[in-house]
Design a protein around this ligand. Structure first.
Ligand SMILES: Cc1cc2nc3c(=O)[nH]c(=O)nc-3n(C[C@H](O)[C@H](O)[C@H](O)COP(=O)(O)OP(=O)(O)OC[C@H]3O[C@@H](n4cnc5c(N)ncnc54)[C@H](O)[C@@H]3O)c2cc1C
Length: 529
């Protein structure tokens, strides 16, 4: 009899959430993480002495509140501090646009560019909140299987039908538009000012290889709108100690329920006997057996890498090969000697403490995508940055700061080849710094260190295929009952007793915890453990 009920490959936040639920149900669980540190893409690391970065993901909002309660994460250090502002600096001689959690303040700022937009903004926010509430009924349950006649699946579809009815005709029509339109076309229905639409549209392209005018990006916009912190919808925040703080809270909770966690334990192979997963082989040659194996690694890494194409049915292999990764994002993490001062709003102020977006116009964003379409990084990219040390001083020495810059586009598939990224990495970093320096004249003088991560580096470091930040694009054809492969959206694989629990499964990427939770709950009702 194997010692463990379940071995979970990967200590990303979803693997740790899955471990927490299984251990809480009394199962004997072992988590094996290949890196020295837990968290996967939700990780904090002291990259330079005294400077701790959220190396990959940097803000939190989507994490499901019921998971926080059920796994008692607050008791284990989960703490997210909400941000108050989204600031879009300008080079046009004005003060830029800052949107605040205070609606009156936002109205005043938006009115400078368009009175109409200021008036319509609360209506837009209300509509998005209504649709988000509906969408949460989808992300909080297994993906509905529209091809199944099983009573449980029909029940699932009926429940959704009820939610659609509650949504009402007008909102349902809007929802359909969201699923099919581009972020810009969708925003055009509400707003007139570019200065408003450009920074809002970028939520539609995060992690995708698409432009703000590409159909389907409106859904990604919604995905980033769905968050809630302490019941406040649409708000984003900083995890105490960086995003690794979320993962560490999940790890401590899982351990408190009895799970065992090992780091620097990279799995090279999943052992399959007679079509059934029976254990794993580590890179150091050790073998460990369990009743079931669950993988937090992405579908490609798990099935093609650790199982092997020859063990899988041909149609599943075809589905996996069609599943798109094609990472498009990079990250530049800066250790700063002082705070940046923006040309359009000089000096310190609350506008520095929130999210800061370089998105001056729709054309700017489309041009950034043009570079990527032809296999080059954007010369003038979209950049989303935060200075979390202003909110959480533990991240940097006194008086100094960490600044995290999420950048698009940095296509994994450079025209010279993905493996040429090491030769282009620093030039990419320079393009980011040069872009920012146009807005922040003191920037180059205050940089102490810089960490530049291309999608190739993200693949090497975090283990995400092609550097896709969501373990596969969040495009409509790769969501719900088709994520990652049609017929296997219920966390199963063609290998008996091999399950998936990472964001390459429904409902997808972001620090949400849902894939970990839903896979665990499915495993508890359907597997032999
Ligand atoms: C640059 C970047 C920025 C992002 N920004 C945000 C953001 O601000 N907010 C947000 O909500 N989301 C953001 N995301 C997305 C979010 O971080 C991810 O979707 C989420 O963290 C994925 O969690 P996961 O547990 O599903 O998978 P992962 O985090 O990918 O975890 C998988 C784990 O498996 C491990 N593993 C892989 N192979 C093996 C093996 N062979 N043996 C053992 N272990 C293995 C990996 O090391 C990793 O720890 C960002 C992601 C990136 C990369």
């Amino acid at each position: 009899m194997p010692k463990y009920d379940a071995i979970i490959i990967g200590g990303g936040h979803n693997g740790l959430v899955c471990a927490g639920y299984l251990a809480k149900a009394g199962k004997k669980v072992l988590v094996l993480e290949r890196r020295y540190v837990l968290g996967g893409a939700a990780v904090s690391e002291e990259v330079y002495p005294g400077f701790t970065f959220s190396v990959a993901s940097y803000v939190v909002s989507l994490f499901r509140p019921h998971i926080i309660r059920e796994l008692e994460l607050a008791k284990h250090g989960y703490e997210v501090i909400p941000m108050d502002c989204t600031f879009t600096p300008s080079l046009n001689g004005d003060r830029g646009l800052a949107r605040w959690s205070d609606p009156a303040l936002t109205r005043r700022e938006v009115s400078v560019f368009s009175r109409k937009d200021a008036e319509v903004y609360p209506e837009f926010a209300k509509a998005m909140t209504t649709i988000s509430k509906f969408t949460k009924q989808i992300i909080d349950h297994n993906a509905p299987d529209i091809t199944s006649m099983k009573p449980k699946e029909i029940g699932n579809l009926l429940r959704l039908g009820g939610a659609v009815k509650d949504l009402g005709a007008e909102m349902m029509h809007l929802n359909t538009k969201l699923l099919t339109m581009s972020a810009v076309d969708f925003l055009d229905m509400w707003f007139e000012s570019e200065r408003m639409k450009a920074p809002m549209s970028v939520s539609g392209i995060i992690g995708t290889f698409q432009g703000v005018r590409s159909p389907g990006t409106a859904y990604v916009l919604l995905h980033h709108y769905m968050g809630e912190l302490d019941g406040a919808f649409r708000s984003w925040g900083f995890s105490k100690g960086g995003t690794g703080g979320v993962s560490m809270a999940c790890a401590r909770a899982a351990e408190s329920f009895g799970a065992e966690i090992r780091t620097e334990a990279s799995v090279s192979q999943i052992k399959v006997k007679n079509g059934k997963a029976v254990g794993v082989v580590l890179e150091n040659g050790d073998e460990l057996d369990a009743k079931i194996i669950i993988s937090n690694a992405d579908p490609n890494r798990t099935l093609m890498g650790m199982v092997g194409e020859d063990q899988l049915p041909a149609d599943y292999v075809t589905g996996l090969k069609r599943y798109k990764y094609r990472g498009s994002s990079g990250k530049v993490n800066l250790a700063l000697d002082a705070l940046p001062s923006f040309k359009c709003r000089p000096g310190e102020g609350p506008h520095l403490a929130g999210d800061i977006t370089i998105a001056p116009s729709i054309d700017y964003l489309e041009k950034a995508y043009d570079d990527a379409k032809y296999g080059a990084f954007s010369k003038r990219p979209f950049i989303d940055m935060v200075i979390p040390s202003l909110t959480d001083p533990t991240l940097a020495p006194p008086g100094k700061h960490v600044m995290s810059c999420f950048v698009q586009y940095a296509p994994y598939h450079l025209k010279e080849g993905a493996d040429k990224w090491p030769e282009h990495r620093e030039a990419f970093g320079d393009a980011v710094i040069d872009t920012l320096a146009e807005y922040i004249p003191n920037l180059k003088d205050i940089i102490l260190h810089r960490q530049v991560l291309s999608p190739w580096d993200i693949e090497q470091k975090i283990g995400l295929t092609e550097g896709n930040i969501f373990q596969g694009e969040l495009s409509l054809e790769q969501l719900l009952f088709q994520r990652p492969v049609a017929g296997y959206a219920d966390y199963t694989t063609p290998i008996k007793d091999l399950w998936l629990c990472g964001s390459g499964t429904h409902p997808g990427g972001g620090i949400i915890g849902s894939s970990g939770e839903l896979s665990a709950k499915t495993i508890l009702t359907r597997s032999a453990i």
